[in-house]
Every structure is written in C-alpha cells, then in structure tokens.
Design a protein around this ligand. Sequence first.
Ligand code: GL7
Length: 766
Amino acid sequence: MRDLPISEDAFRAGVDMRLAAGDGVAEALCGAARDAMVPLWRQAQASGGKRVAYLSMEFLIGRLLRETLRAFGLERAASEICAAQGTTLGEVFEAEPDAALGNGGLGRLAACFLESMATIGCPGVGYGLRYEHGLFRQSLVQGKQVEAPEDWLRFGAPWELNPGRAYEVGFGGHVTDGVWHPGERVRAVAHDVAVPGEGGRFAVILRLWQAEALRPFDLGRFNYGDHVGASAAEASARALTRVLYPDDTNEAGKALRLKQEYFLVAASLADLMADHEGALADLADALAVQLNDTHPAIAGPELIRLLVDGWGLAFDEAVALARKVLAYTNHTLLPEALESWPEGLMAWLLPRHMEIIRDLDAALPEAGILDHGAVRMGNLAFALAHRVNGVSALHTELMKETVFAGLHASYPERIVNQTNGVTPRRWIAGCNPALAEVITGAIGDGWLTDLERLSGLEPLDGGVVDAMAGVKRANKARLAEWLADEHGVPVDPGAMFDVQIKRIHEYKRQHLNILETIALWQEMRDAPEAGWVPRVKIFAGKAAPGYHFAKEIIHLINRVAERVNADEVTGDLLKVVFVPNYNVSVAERLIPASDLSEQISTAGKEASGTGNMKFALNGAITIGTLDGANVEIRERVGAENFLLFGMTAEEVAARREIPGHAAEAVASEPRLARALETLHDGTFIDDWPDLFAGIAGNVAGHDHYLVASDFADYWRAQREADDWYADADGWAQKAALNIARSGWFSSDRTIRGYMRDIWGIETVSA
Ligand code: GL7
C-alpha cells in the first residue's frame, strides 16, 4: 500500500502558509486539503484502462471539507489548528457553503456515486455544469416559501483545480451538405473538483463546465460608445450556466434548458474524444458513458455526429459504436418528467442533430423516437444505449410494464436493475460519528468500506443496542437545542422524532402526513390524558417555484405548526416544525436524530428514494408504502421492523378506476373528514378560512395520489408506531436491527453492480 499523498506535517505546513498569506482558517484548511489532492487528481486524469464518464446535469455535493479531512485522516490535525486559531473545527465546517448543484435525490445519488467510485477504485470522471447559482435558498415568510438565489461561490471556489481545458460549443445555424455551421458559439471552460475516496488513495474528478464568450469584450463597440453592449456576448454566454433549473420531477420545456443539456454533452464528449488515444474501433473498450436520466440524452446524436462528420464512419457503424459506449439510467416514471422536445426547437437549436434523430427514427421505427412533432428523449436514450437501468427492483419492473413496454418487447435483454445506494462515509461516519464509533467498537474497522459487515452486529449484543440508543438520545438532544436556538421551537427530546424530509411533491404526500397530524391533534385535544406518545413532527423540503400545490402544502404545514405549537391543551404531546432551506447539511443534522422515517409516497411513484436508506442506516424505523426501494429495505430489515401501510402499486391502479374513490374513503373515515374540515373553517387561518380549501377539495375529490384511500391504514400504522415507541427496549432493538441489516444499501454495492453489468470495468488498485 502506498503512503497517503499527504502527511499531517505537510498539511499543517500548508495551512500555516495560507494563514500567513492572510487566508481565513476555513480557506486555509480547504486550500491545504485541496493541494493534498493534486497527486490524486493527476493520477485520476492519467488513468490508462477503461473508464467511465458519468454525465449528469446535477451533482448535489454538499460540503466537502469534513469529508475530505476524514478521507485523509486529517481531522485531528485540523482540530488542533482550529484550536490554536481560537475556533473549532465544527464552526469551520458550518461556515462552508453547500454546493447545491442539484435538486434532490437524482443529484445526490450522482455525488454518492463519485465518492464510491473513488473509494473502490473505479476509474471515472463526473461531468456536470458549474452553475453560478445552485438550488435556490428557501426562507419562510408568514409560513410561505420565498425563494432567493443561492450563492455557493461567494467565498470563491477553494476546491477547484484548473485543468486548462476548454472547447467551443455551437448552437443554431444551418447544415449544408451534411456539415453543420453553427450560428452561435460559446466556450466551455473546465473547473475540476477532486472527490477523494476513503483512505485518500484514489480520487475521481468532477469536471464542471462553465460557459464563457469566445470574445468576452468588444473593444470596438466600447470605443464606439456602446459601453454595455461591449460586454453583451459575455453576459449572454454566461447566462447558460447561470442557474440550475429548480424543477425536481417536473420538466420545464425551455430552450435554455435544452441548450444547457447540449452544452454539457458537447463539452464532455469533446473532452473524452480528445483523450482517446487508441483506434476508433476500440472506443468502447476504453470508455463507458453513463447518462444520468434523459437530461444528457442528446449525447447519442452528438456522438454519432462526431463519428460520422468528424471521423468519417458510416451511419450504421456510428450507431452501433455509440450504443456500445452509452448506457442510460431512468429515474422516474412520472409522465410529466419524461423529457420531450418539440422538433421545431430541436431543429432550430441543433439542426444537424435533428437530421440524425430523423435518420435514427427511420432506421429504428420500433423505438418511437419521434411522436406528434416531438422528440421523446427517453426513447432516444433507450434506442442508443446497450443497457438501460432502473433504480430499484420495483421501479425496474414497472419500467418494463409501462413506459418502456414496447421497447422492452423489442430489446428484452436491455433493461437491468441497479438498486440505488448511499455512501456510508458521509451518511454514517461523517454525519453520525458517535454511531460509527459504537459500530467500530462492536465489529472492528473495515465496515465503512465493506458495509455488509454490519450484519456482524447480529446477534445483537444488549450493550451495543443500549449504546446505539444512547447515541440517538444525544443526537436528539443536540437537535432539540438547535431547533430551539435557530428556529424558536422548543421540543421535548424524549418525544418521538417523526421526520419527513425531501422535495415537496403531491406524490410524496406530505399532505397525507399533515392531515394525520391534524387528526392526531384533534384526538389529543379530545382526551389529553389518554396516554399519548409525545411526537415531534418534523418536515423540511423545497417546492419548485412554479408548483403551486406544493407551496400550499408548505404553507399549510407552517400554519398547523403555529396553531399546534401554541396549544396549551396538547403542550409537549405534539409539536410541528418545518425546517427551512432543506439541503444536504440539514439532512446530515436531522437524519441521525430521527426515530421515525416517513416514506409514504403513493405506491408506484417513487422510483427508489435514497433518504429512506440513510434513515435506516442511522437507526430510524420506516413507516412506508411498498414503493421504490422501501420494498427492498423491508425485505432486508424484516417485516417486523418496518411499519408498512397502504395500497400496492397494483391496488393503486385499480383504485383509481373506481369513480368517487376519494369521497367514499372520506365518508368511511370520520377522522379524515374532521381533519379536512379544518382546512376551510378557519382553524389555522381565521382571517382567510378558505385558504386551504384547494387541498381539501383535491383530497376529497380527484385525489390522484390516493391520500384519502390510504389515510385509514396510515393512521393505523402510526398508532402501531406509538405502541412500538412506548416500549423503549423493543424500539431500540428494532432500530439496531435496521442498522445491522441495511449494509446492502451502500453505493459501493451499486457502483460494483454498474461496473459488472453495464460498464465492464475492473477496479484499479492505487
Ligand atoms: C429521482 C427519484 O424520484 C427518486 O426516487 C430516486 O431515488 C432518485 C435517484 O435515483 O431519482 N428521479 C428524479 O427525477 N428525481 C429523483 O430524485 C429528481
């Protein structure tokens, strides 16, 4: 085994130098840690064998300092440096802005994947966009979501390395005799962030493209007196990578978004082809390109264009070669999220690609690429991939039966499953170090890079279960303090912490949760002495700015919180908290302190979920439907350690066909009917009693997401949760079993699956 690229001494010297140069402590630590990675960065760039390029419009990386220091074993040295400077490492960690270059699960998965690749030694590179503004900052004004731009670069970019690579990317223009003459060109400039793996022996590069003008400043125009216009080209180019589209699963079919997608793809493929040294025929032996959802699906036509127009391959040969290189991951079945671009827009922005797409459609009529004047990106991605994967067992089966039924019939070998995973470095060791210590005490080192070793916690030792319960108590006490100090809500740390944190979306059914909360509050008020198990209901999540219904749900939760938290009758029996500005760092704070994990989507809608895995690994018990990876979590942790409720995907489909299903469900469930009343009788907002009537009308009316039909069973499961929690030892046992049996949900396992089944790549030893 090679020595680490940095010793504690070298690190300290690096920090000293930067402090002497006037950097702050945080900048000095980041800078020295980054410089420590330069050898790994060089090594990762020089990879000789086959490698994978992971193309994604989103990488939700979060903070990097804590993870980097841990990977290199530099935490102790860093703490000492902080102490000498009169601060603490914790404070410095808190000062780092979250890099939120993603919306939610899809982007966070991409970040976990890079870290896992670096840990297990999978040669690869991530390609994304360097959005100046990541996902918006959410604040609450009178309970309503207000968006402000997030500025993660406000302190500069201490993690970036400059590879000195740039490519021209064209748009628009025309095609003459098969040659594309773009009407507009911009430059894509690379900014690298090295993601180190555990032990700091290997790193994966995340290469983020920023758009710049070819000629940033027009001196002629300036001299002529047009002082603003002189910089117009720069402003227009910069707009390309200015903001992340803040939509989660709803696609906004905007030209700028398509431009962003092509910009990512064109720059990344140009970079990869520039690095390809062998014969063209060997391309697929040197390179695998993974498309993270359809967002980079224009990579298919772009690669064919490069091969045909640039390298002179015949169209059929180019298609075959492109397909050997490309693979596509589908992350959602929601119809509104399946990208499709009008042919007119595609032809205007990318005329040569549109020709190629038409040729593909003619050559592969069974693929259904063109449909009613639109390019269906899922079908295009499928047609040009040698493997198409879903992200949980259930989701993959549903893909075969629904969106891709026709394509699956034509290409039965193509669809495979790779159930998602999460990196245990960040999601156990980083965010819950005390739990990691208990685990190491029980089963020794090594589990962080071989998570299935968690099964060695069984048979459970009473002392270990108690220690885990103690860690949970301490985490909850710390969270309670933070909720009181930062958010002004005092809560009882002994209460059950019941947590739903994720994007706000009808299919994720935060409204089911808040309606159950209202019903619970009502029953508690009716009989406050009835021996209730105290609860703290915690919510967090952002709504897409244009998603009105999701924003109403946020508003409702906050209004309920205001009323319930001030209620002296229920007092500490029930508190409701909406934590603003949910991001990776907030998740890292909440998950280790959670008892109950809410995974309550309408069955068939959540492709996988990854939060569900993080909670189980931190000893929370799931209350959930048979949806996405919940199914596999339940199989592994055991039905007796999982609070199941609700209809199956099949039952959901059947139920929807029954006219009046919601009204019937409401009529047969007085608790729900009574809770719905409060949405238009002024209970939560007396000067505008009808404000939430829209939500009530939806649930009792059309109710596409079957909130009403699943309510009674959800209530039942929640009361079962109360009973379980009342038995503290029994709960601690179940929580410990969730930890011991969730080792399979490491993203290391997922990446090994991609390497074996999709990429055909072997690990390298550093
Ligand atoms: C998502 C799915 O909704 C989510 O269930 C899944 O865990 C994640 C990663 O595979 O991908 N698909 C999607 O479009 N977004 C997701 O989070 C935004």
